[in-house]
Design a protein around this ligand. Structure first.
Ligand code: GUN
Ligand code: ZN
Length: 436
């Protein structure tokens, strides 16, 4: 018996930066992905890939699509239950909606239940890798890591650190934060498919002593990632300027404590200065662009063209629960829509949207040697989508004779109901129950 599997479907992936390489999209109408021992051996036209291994068992998904596992570059696990509280702006929403729910994570049974639901929702939406804000409690953050490991997902996360301006039960003294984070790093960083990210919530809620703890953690351990929020909302930006009078701008607060550069992912960046963009590009700090959240919280419109012009890299994040759900294809569509109605917006094409939902996230997390597209040697993290018979997607796909247009239709209409099978290293982490 061969240990290889050959998936047969229409395949889309972007093995290069779709903003730099105009034809970054690889599309194969009758495609094959050959998998052995959890790795991609080859991806391309079915007949060519078939010839590489006559023994491989074919999984016939013709009529459906295979894309790389989706990568969510910004999401909050304790906020699963508060999606859809519309009508508020960031600081007001935090106080009234997000923080009370986050305080409930002190109850470990509740936190574990939440972590399990969260991980299931990632998998069932085709998200195989996520950069996740943990909880303010070490035990709840550990529960997230454990549930992700049990499910087999790739999760990069960390204890959320804050010592002011939230609510007292969410604050930790910096020395306790250091101790708890160090313990979590020892338990989870680099274990299974998990990595640790130093996670100051945002400059507003972290004193300089806490930012120093973050800097120390990053110095003391190899390969930690960093995540936080940046320039999301005009009132937040003004308050950060007031709290850090020595800082020229918001980003320089993080820079002073070594929380920038490759492996650092800053969510939102709706209101950057040119100087910040210039320094972020030079240092390779990445932005997590969260268009659904930016609209839902009224934060503003992401200055995408300015990021591109400055050379700042960005990927997509759902920002659940400020955002509107787990769907990364929906997030890509929202990015497209908002840019379309923005003066000086950038008209994103299907290839760029797929790139932003997959490979760009892998690059942001410095995991692009391992995941993000279907090149030979990469982990077989894949999503299989199939249009429901009679659906608008089925109709769009049937009549399309252009694979870019088909991909655009898939991004526009590919809701979670289309997701049939989700693989991490070739193994299913989610399979839809299809009525027979
Ligand atoms: N800034 C600080 N915390 C949060 C959060 O939970 N969500 C969003 N969107 N922004 C934040
Ligand atoms: Zn966020």
């Amino acid at each position: 018996m061969s240990a290889s599997e050959l998936l047969r479907a229409t395949i889309f992936h972007t093995p290069a930066d779709a903003f730099l390489i105009p034809d970054a999209l690889r599309a194969h109408a009758d495609g094959g992905v050959l998998i052995r021992d959890g790795r991609i051996v080859a991806a391309g036209d079915y007949s060519r890939v078939r010839a590489l291994d006559r023994e491989a068992v074919t999984t016939d998904w013709r009529g459906g699509f295979v894309i790389p596992g989706l990568i969510d570059a910004h999401i909050h696990f304790p906020q699963v239950r508060i999606i859809g509280h519309l009508g508020r702006s960031l600081l007001d929403w935090l106080e009234s909606t997000a923080l009370p729910e986050e305080a409930r994570m002190s109850d470990i049974a509740y936190a574990r239940q939440t972590a399990r639901a969260f991980v299931h929702l990632l998998a069932s939406h085709g998200t195989t890798t996520a950069l996740v804000f943990g909880a303010h409690y070490a035990s709840a953050t550990a529960a997230l890591f454990e549930e992700a490991a049990a499910r087999g997902l790739r999760v990069v996360s960390g204890l959320v650190l804050s010592d002011r301006r939230l609510r007292p039960e969410l604050h930790q003294p910096p020395d306790a934060a250091y101790r708890d984070a160090t313990e979590l790093i020892a338990r989870f960083h680099g274990k299974r498919r998990l990595l640790y990210a130093v996670t100051p919530r945002f400059a507003l809620s972290t004193s300089e002593a806490m930012l120093e703890v973050c800097q120390t953690l990053r110095r003391e351990h190899d390969g930690l990632r960093v995540q936080s929020h940046l320039n999301e909302n005009v009132d937040e930006v003004a308050e950060v300027r007031r709290l850090f009078p020595w800082a020229a701008d918001y980003m320089s607060v993080y820079e002073r404590y070594g929380l920038d550069g490759s492996g650092a992912v800053m969510a939102h960046d709706v209101w950057p200065t040119d100087a910040e963009l210039e320094r972020m590009a030079a240092g390779r700090t990445t932005v997590a662009h969260c268009p659904c959240s930016n609209a839902a919280l009224g934060s503003g419109i992401f200055p995408l063209r300015r990021h591109l012009s400055a050379g700042v890299r960005f990927a997509l994040g759902t920002d659940v629960g400020g955002g509107t759900g787990f769907g990364m294809l929906k997030e890509a569509l929202q990015a497209y829509l908002m840019q379309r109605v923005t003066q000086d917006g950038f008209s994103l094409n299907a290839s760029q949207l797929l790139y932003l939902a997959t490979r760009a996230g892998a690059e942001a997390l410095r995991l692009d040697d391992e995941i993000g597209d279907c090149q030979a040697g990469k982990a077989a993290d894949l999503v299989y989508l199939r249009p429901e018979p009679g659906s608008a997607l089925a109709a769009a796909v049937e009549t399309s004779d252009d694979l870019s247009a088909t991909l655009a239709a898939l991004i526009t209409l590919g809701d979670p109901g289309c997701i049939r099978d989700v693989r991490v290293e070739g193994v299913s982490v989610f399979q839809a129950v299809v009525p027979s």
